[in-house]
Design a protein around this ligand. Sequence first.
Ligand code: CTP
Length: 395
Amino acid sequence: MLTGKHILLGITGGIAAYKTANLASMLAKLHADVHVIMTKNAQKIISPVVFEALTGNRVVDDVFARDSGYQVAHIAMAQEADVVMIAPASANMIAKLANGIADDMLSTTMLAVTAPVYIVPAMNTHMLEHAATQSNIEKLRSYGCHIVEPASGFLACGDTGKGKMPEADVLLEYLLYEAACPKDLAGKKVLITAGPTTEAIDPVRFISNHSTGKMGYALAKNAVRRGAQVTLVSGPVHLPAPAGVRMIPVTTAQEMYEAVDTHFDRQDIVVMSAAVADYRPKDIAEEKIKKSDAAVMLELERTKDILGSMSARKNGQFLCGFSMETEHMLENSRAKLEKKHLDMIVANNLRMEGAGFGTDTNIITMITKDQVRELPKMSKEAAAHAIFDQIVTFL
Ligand code: CTP
């Protein structure tokens, strides 16, 4: 996902530097070319050897080092970067950058950077809230740097409060936003449905399915990275809300229908990946429930076909559905594509290992009027990327 991208990580002397090792590892696994500059204090906390092993590149810490591999290291490293992140950024480094001081490798390089810069302050709450630090952070913001909001919690110094460095997966998302995709959905509005829906039988039991929402959430993240304005209508799942997405949590198919119905007209692209429960219990009189076992006397009715209803009032939107099939995947999916007038249907064969509910991978086939594209097993993130790569060709 990051092949050919140069990511420059700056590391200063904060305990959270150990989390940056995790970030470097994640970036390397996504095939980024990761370069690291450490301050002298950072090296007292974590060895540069860790980053050299993870990235395969020499850590640079000295403007005058003769073994950096560069002609003029601070200029070359600044210029080749597609995105820069300083994590953790100490109060001292923030003060230096805010005032243009260039007295070590990192601060000197930063003066020559023209790529997007993310500063991740991490320190004790009082140091963070000090007027000097706050005004330096504001200055950096005014220079166009992105400031990643510190998290709150138990700090290494023993205090509890604001100042924690966010976890590596959160930081990774900012870098992916900058570097992973072309902004080919800039200005587009994208609505995605995700997760299962549930229909209560009684106060304890419900009808639902095994959907975890992973595919839909991966689609939402990918659309954000491409610059879209994303609305995610999600059934009950155990996933954190993706950054930069407007979340609409729902429970039942009727609630999902209402949320989609409200926002549909304004969208450019609608991708319905939710596994909507097809049936719900018919209303049962209260006294009947008390007298007998509701499950035994359960009468079901179909839930509203959200995708079908939306396709009937399509008004220029690109409409993509999903289909979950256990047999005759191609024929059944094609029939759904035609019957519901979809622009694309993404088929999963539930019988294949590594596809469908609960897994981190998927095996998808993208079907349009004129084309069938079968993809190999891949992560749901990669599948989401492939789906939007396909969709943008139709815009
Ligand atoms: N879908 C929907 N509303 C429903 C059921 C499904 O909008 N009440 C959407 C799903 O989000 C998916 C597509 O319809 O994008 C196909 O879902 P699937 O369950 O495979 O197909 P169904 O239309 O329900 O048909 P069947 O279950 O008979 O295969």
